[in-house]
Structures are given as structure tokens and as C-alpha cells.
Design a protein around this ligand. Structure first.
Ligand SMILES: NC(=O)c1ccc[n+]([C@@H]2O[C@H](COP(=O)([O-])OP(=O)(O)OC[C@H]3O[C@@H](n4cnc5c(N)ncnc54)[C@H](OP(=O)(O)O)[C@@H]3O)[C@@H](O)[C@H]2O)c1
Length: 229
């Protein structure tokens, strides 16, 4: 892995990913909205920035050229298929054979075998309805984006994040195939470590065509699982 593109580089998760990617010595190309370029000033001179909407195929074509890996922050902003447009552009335009790693939340299910608490289901439902009502976020479109990814024959990974918190890195999160698995019970990950998992996934072939659900390695459920196994 030599050159990676980070789509959504200016957000919190994106900036952590830029840092981890530079730490690994990768050449980095970042994509972010025009008005957010300033949020990447700490990396000036160390990364190339391609400004523009992440679902703009011209922007993505330019940014992913020559990249061995593409990290994508999937966000369902607005009601204009932003997430699915972004995913489709990356799936179509990334270099053949490139590693593609997408972020989303636990609410995405690959095979319908995730087991959610009633509280989680209620929160997702209420958030989805309210957000759509105010035309802020289109949760269903993140589902559609992931449906496209799961159906793709590219070398993808969809990393499903738990609830997030800020704080120092605790190291690589642990993962499991299904929400509801005991190891994930604590439902909390440091955002910096979510980013670490995304970047590490680039070189982990065991994660190709997997949709790992992650949790912080020092959470109670992860520690209990490690002690019992
Ligand atoms: N927040 C959570 O608790 C949580 C939990 C589980 C999983 N996740 C997943 O983690 C990923 C990132 O989450 P995060 O909370 O850490 O957010 P984040 O990194 O701050 O990312 C937000 C992204 O959305 C973009 N954005 C904001 N407003 C926008 C708009 N109006 N139109 C287009 N783009 C806009 C931001 O770009 P600008 O810099 O240009 O604003 C940025 O790239 C997502 O895939 C999410 O599904 C989050």
C-alpha cells in the first residue's frame, strides 16, 4: 500500500484517518467539501486535497487515480442520495483491485442476523424519522449505499462503528460479525480507534468482503470476552 485516498477527510473521523495514514508513510489524497478545506490546514504540504462533494464523480475520479486504497466516510447528509452516490462513485471509479474501506454505524446489517436491543431500534427509528422530516439526514440512503457495496465484487470492507467517544487511543478495536455478540455489548469505541481500524483494514486481507462491527478493546465487554477465551 503506497497511496491512499480519504473521502470525507475533513470530518473528525477523516482527520484521524489522515493522521494514521501519514504515520504509516502512505501518500494521502483527501476529498472534502470546498468550505471545509481549512479544516485540513494542519496537514498542509503533507497531503493533496481535492475539494468537492464526495458524490461528484468528477471529483472522485480525480482523487482515486493511482490509489491502492480508498477510505470512505459514509454520511447520509441531506435528502439527495449523498451516501449512495458517494459509494457508487468509489465502487465505479477506484483503481481495479484497490482496497475500499467504508465507515457506517451498527444499524447497517449485512445479513439480517444482527440482534439489536429495543432501545437501539427505537433510537434509530426516531432519529431516522426526525432527520428525514427536517430534510437533514437520509438514514435509508446509508442502507442503500451499503447494499450497493455488499453486492459489489470489489475488495471492500464495511466497518460498522458503535457509539463513539473522544479520548486517547486505546489501540485497535475488537470486532465481531454480528451486533448482539457478547463481545460488543459495551457499544463504545474511541473515534481515534475507529479511524485506526479503518486504516489497518487496508492491509488486512482477512477483512475483504466483511462487515465488522467494532468495539473499544478496553471496554468491559471486550475485556470480559478476552478473559473468557
Ligand atoms: N457519530 C457517531 O456516534 C457514530 C456512531 C457510529 C458510526 N458512525 C459513523 O462514523 C462516520 C463518521 O462519523 P462522525 O460522527 O465521526 O462524523 P465526522 O467524522 O465528523 O464526519 C462527518 C462528515 O460529514 C460531512 N458533512 C457534514 N455536514 C455535511 C453536509 N451538510 N453535506 C455533506 N457532508 C457533510 C463532513 O464533512 P465537512 O468536514 O465538509 O463538514 C464529514 O466528512 C460515519 O460513517 C458514521 O456513520 C458515527
Amino acid at each position: 500500500m503506497k497511496k491512499v485516498c480519504i473521502v470525507g477527510a475533513s470530518g473528525k473521523l477523516g482527520r484521524y484517518m489522515v493522521r494514521h495514514a501519514l504515520d504509516r508513510g502512505y501518500e494521502v489524497v483527501g476529498v472534502c467539501r470546498e468550505q471545509s478545506v481549512g479544516k485540513l490546514k494542519d496537514f498542509e504540504g503533507r497531503i493533496r486535497v481535492v475539494p468537492g462533494a464526495t458524490d461528484d464523480r468528477g471529483v472522485i475520479r480525480q482523487a482515486v487515480a493511482g490509489c491502492d486504497g480508498v477510505l470512505v466516510v459514509l454520511v447520509p447528509w441531506g435528502v439527495k442520495q449523498y451516501s449512495s452516490g458517494t459509494a457508487q462513485a468509489v465502487l465505479d471509479l477506484a483503481e481495479p483491485g484497490a482496497r475500499l474501506v467504508f465507515s457506517c454505524g451498527w444499524h447497517i446489517s449485512r445479513d439480517g442476523k444482527d440482534v439489536y436491543s429495543w432501545k437501539f431500534k427505537a433510537l434509530v427509528r426516531v432519529f431516522g424519522v426526525v432527520a428525514r422530516l427536517f430534510r437533514l439526514v437520509e438514514l435509508d440512503d446509508q442502507v442503500e449505499a451499503c447494499r450497493k457495496i455488499f453486492a459489489s465484487d470489489t475488495r471492500w470492507t464495511v466497518v460498522r462503528g458503535s457509539d463513539l467517544e473522544e479520548g486517547e487511543s486505546e489501540g485497535l478495536p475488537v470486532w465481531s460479525r454480528h451486533v448482539g455478540d457478547p463481545v460488543l455489548k459495551s457499544n463504545l469505541t474511541r473515534r481515534v480507534d475507529f479511524a485506526l481500524f479503518m486504516v489497518e483494514a487496508l492491509e488486512n486481507d482477512a477483512l475483504v468482503r466483511e462487515a465488522p462491527a467494532i468495539v473499544g478493546r478496553n471496554t468491559a465487554s471486550a475485556l470480559a470476552y478476552a478473559a473468557a477465551n
